[in-house]
Design a protein. Structure first.
Length: 320
């Protein structure tokens, strides 16, 4: 039985061409929003991907994986435009560096009206998500009106900044577009690197994040610090930090942030959006970190199920 759609996601779906030491490239299904859709569905959250996919070989593979994971497609008919590509080089820590090829591609063939129409047909929709490459200034005439309409409809807006400044042609316009999207968010996810790229001032990443949250209308800000853990900061003044106590056998970090966010949102839905206490926020953080920890021990983006993340969280207590 298909879960009713509670989260709708709009943004990139692409192929990561991951470089190997011998100079060859391994194609992997990816894209931050695409990964997040898969990760949510694997955690038993009804999810719909709102962007079109290509009828080329890569697009068919992307669609097949979404179907396999239980993600519903707003546009099940594949389109002629080609699939986005990302060339990914991994450093010695497994951290990825990207170059993107995204002109005339399938996942950018959207409009504000198409996104709004798809969401209007979802009676159980609670959350909409976007971020990463969807924050390209050249696409904001599509995404911003959609986000505004969803916020006005009472849905929670989630924006994962996930900046890629090196591949944007106009950095100032890109930063402005990101700030416009984040201004509409109920939940903001940023990394310490994102805060640096956004020019947020502060002596520490936490101070930067708090300063940033204070100048938005968001209910919750997520600050990820890679292996050093993560903070959840609420607009009510609650701060929770958590990190793993064990050393992880990291294969790579592709999809880790997406799995983290999926774990957080899955737990938030189970808690009926309760972020009113430190205990409630710790529960979100515990499940989110467990979800990311399991992902980084796999090659490529392999998000865990709810049961797998829950079991990991129980058997691997965090440092709070």
């Amino acid at each position: 039985m298909t879960n009713p759609v509670r989260v709708a996601l709009a943004g990139e779906a692409l192929i990561d061409l991951i470089a190997s030491p011998n100079g060859s490239f391994t194609p992997c299904l990816g894209g931050a929003v695409y990964n997040l859709a898969r990760a949510l569905s694997r955690q038993d959250v009804g999810a719909m991907y709102l962007n079109p996919l290509s009828s080329d070989r890569f697009g068919r593979l992307l669609a097949q994986q979404l179907h396999h994971d239980g993600v519903q497609l707003a546009y099940p008919t594949l389109v002629q435009e080609v699939t986005s590509l990302a060339v990914v080089n991994l450093d010695h820590t497994g951290h990825p560096d990207y170059a993107f090829y995204r002109e005339g591609v399938a996942d950018r063939k959207i409009s504000a009206n198409s996104l709004q129409t798809a969401c209007a047909a979802l009676p159980h929709l609670d959350i909409v998500c976007t971020g990463a490459l969807a924050l390209d200034a050249r696409d904001q005439h599509h995404y911003l009106p959609w986000l505004k309409s969803q916020k006005e409809a009472g849905r929670w807006v989630v924006v994962d900044a996930n900046l890629r400044p090196s591949v944007m042609p106009d950095l100032a316009s890109y930063q402005a577009a990101i700030h416009q999207a984040l201004a509409l968010a109920d939940i903001i996810k940023v990394s310490d690197e994102d805060l640096t790229h956004l020019g947020i001032q502060g002596a520490t990443p936490l101070e930067c994040a708090q300063h940033f949250l204070n100048h938005t209308s968001a209910k919750l800000l997520v600050l990820t610090l890679g292996e050093q853990g993560a903070w959840l900061i609420s607009s009510a003044g609650i701060r929770c930090f958590g990190r793993e106590t064990v050393h992880l056998a990291i294969a790579d970090t592709v999809g880790a942030g997406d799995s983290f966010l999926a774990g957080l949102l899955a737990a938030l839905l189970k808690q009926n959006f309760d972020i009113s206490s430190e205990q409630a926020i710790q529960q979100l953080l515990r499940h989110a970190i467990a979800s990311a920890s399991l992902c980084v021990q796999e090659t490529g983006c392999v998000p865990p199920s709810w049961d797998q993340a829950h079991a990991w969280a129980i058997s691997h207590p965090l440092i709070f």
